[in-house]
Design a protein around this ligand. Structure first.
Ligand code: SAM
Length: 247
């Protein structure tokens, strides 16, 4: 997968050299480039913002540098390596919620382009113009407001990268974790069996795989019901058996 990120703070992305994302880059599974939006400014102050039309507080990112950046990173002509137009992702608290389902959707794309807003956000015409040429998604991390899109991109990229084939040593873990099947994961334990007077539940030490699976399912249902009733309500009824309903 190829990923381009445009930001006025390219330094924010230093952590993408670390851990499994860094390894995915080193292995060529992820080809990532970070671009400074100010590269596409032409005044001495390298200005990227201006006051909002209609008044109001704060500043808005001007369309010209964004337009040039997107022209350069998503050219209409096919690039020599045959890349198609990217999918443009614009972090925004006014976007659609980012979910594990969207992470899977994005992991199937060949080229993602992230546009990191700052100040009050990006002039709407940048998104409207881009949408005439490529798919554009405004995406929100959650119902709160950050200073800029950079942290959101780090989160989205980490969630997407771990879904890329070959990135996780044990791909089976993807199938058992929270949000894989509409539930939160059951509690986890490791050695020692007893620690500070707290014992690992007997069932997990029993070696009885059917009992362990049932215990994990019950715990996952109980946790999800307590913490995320919205997820329980969204479960397709046919995925629940008699024991699930009792739990
Ligand atoms: N004026 C915007 C609004 O009310 O919707 C908020 C702008 S915010 C201060 C600046 C930038 O931070 C946004 O353009 C976006 O890139 C990013 N941002 C803030 N909160 C976010 C969230 N919950 N999810 C994704 N990006 C967010």
């Amino acid at each position: 997968m190829r990923v381009d990120i445009v930001s006025i703070f390219p330094e924010y992305f230093a952590p993408l050299d670390l851990s499994l994302v860094g390894k995915a880059r080193a292995n060529g599974l992820l080809r990532l480039a970070v671009h400074d939006l100010r590269t596409w400014t032409h005044d001495v102050h390298r200005t990227v913002d201006d006051t909002p039309y209609g008044g109001g507080p704060g500043m808005v990112m001007r369309p010209e540098p964004w337009g040039e950046a997107l022209d350069a990173l998503a050219p209409d002509e096919l690039s020599p390596d045959g890349l198609t137009l990217p999918r443009l992702l614009v972090p925004s608290p006014a976007g659609v919620p980012f979910t594990q389902a969207m992470a899977h959707e994005l992991a199937a794309e060949s080229h993602l382009l992230f546009a990191c807003g700052r100040y009050e956000g990006i002039d709407q015409r940048v998104l409207d113009h881009a949408a005439t040429r490529m798919p554009v998604t405004e995406v929100s991390l959650g119902d709160y407001v950050l200073f800029g899109g950079e942290v959101a991109v780090l989160v989205i990229l980490e969630a997407v990268t771990r879904l890329l084939p070959g990135v996780l040593g044990n791909a089976g873990s993807l199938d058992e974790e929270s949000h894989a099947h509409g539930l939160l994961e059951a509690p986890l334990y490791t050695k020692p069996a007893s620690w500070r007077g707290l014992d690992v539940p007997e069932v997990l030490r029993s070696g009885d795989h059917a009992r362990i699976a049932r215990w994990r399912r019950d715990e996952a249902l109980g946790r999800t019901a307590a913490r995320r009733p919205d997820m329980i309500a969204a479960l397709p009824p046919e995925t629940l058996d008699q024991r699930d309903r009792a739990a």
